[in-house]
Design a protein around this ligand. Sequence first.
Ligand SMILES: C[S@@+](CC[C@H](N)C(=O)[O-])C[C@H]1O[C@@H](n2cnc3c(N)ncnc32)[C@H](O)[C@@H]1O
Length: 405
Amino acid sequence: MRPDERPARSWRALLLPDVPALWVPIVEARGPGGFPYRELPLDDVDVVLWWAMDGRRTLREVADEADLSWRAFTKRVQPWIEAQAVLVGSRSWRRRDPRLERLIAPERPANARPSGQWVDGATQLAEFHGGIDDADSRFDRAETTLAHVFQDPHPALAGSRWGERLAAWLGPAQDVLQIGAGTGSASSCLDDRSLTRLDLSPALLAAQAARAPRSTGVLGSATDMPFPDASFDAVVCNEVIADLTASPSAGDWLVTPEPGQRLFNTGTFEALAEIARVLRPGGRAWVSEFGDIDELPTETTQLDHPEVSIHFGQCAQVARSLGLLAEVQRVPEALGLDLSARWLWRGSWMALRARWPDLPARAWTSETVPLPERVENLLDVTLREEGPGPLPGRFHALLLTRSVT
Ligand SMILES: C[S@@+](CC[C@H](N)C(=O)[O-])C[C@H]1O[C@@H](n2cnc3c(N)ncnc32)[C@H](O)[C@@H]1O
């Protein structure tokens, strides 16, 4: 540490002024879900020093302002630098210097894969989904979706809920099938229609029924639907298809493989065939997920089960081969999600959740997040950056219509 270096607060460290302490990640203990955190105790002088480290003053200037000898000062500050709660550099720092958001840490390890989730090179998750029983907490803790974090009215949706935007996209359709409805937050916005919910998890079906009491729940799979042909005016399948089987071969499906492609979204192709079958002529379907028009299907390794991103171009190819009209649109544009709206930066959110594991995952900002004690150094960013939910710009929707002829 040299007196002419300039210290700046890492965005990864939070100040807990009521304790007082810094709340910092334990970088060497990184797990699949992120970092564990610990408190670095502070006294009142430390709090003044912390705020003085604004990226402009030198270390010497900060020590002098607090009237501390260089030796006393470095003794206080050294542990913060070691914990990467403070970074030092030779020049002034910009507020969003990328180094203030990163940690020098081991690679994030992959989550364990219980046997049976991969069989002969293909994902098999029917048993996993059938066994989900933590309906209330699963989407807050383990598998946060966009529909989940935007389940309450939000400025990014001009005061609407995600489910209301889905309902608006469906138009006047009356007989609606919702595939994989999770906790039922969007189902509650479709409950004024004739709504059927199809899911593999009895616990999630029960949670959905509580939120959409007029609707009908059916236990079954998107890839083998227990419904007659032409049963529905519309189908909604929001953030489900990454869970369906991805296989090492495209089999007989009419897709053009990409060079080097090792996985194909075959479960989604099967679901599309079922959607084509159960839709009435003129009916519409919304099928959204993470992935891109030409993205090679890739496993997400931090979850407790292997989700595989979607190659939307190939899904559209399959949908067309099934006689559907198919268009791919980015989800923010399709639903009118304003990406310039703000939410908590993901690093801030992870730090809060490490302290309060029961905090529900919502598209909070530093102003709206309900905290039991004061927290400072939280960062808000636009929805173009990762927040409490996944990155909206990563999501696409396959917009399908069954032609009338
Ligand atoms: C990631 S969650 C998404 C929940 C909700 N649609 C949302 O956007 O928040 C996936 C949902 O699909 C269900 N699911 C997974 N595989 C399924 C399948 N093959 N058939 C029907 N539902 C399935 C899960 O039980 C869960 O309700």
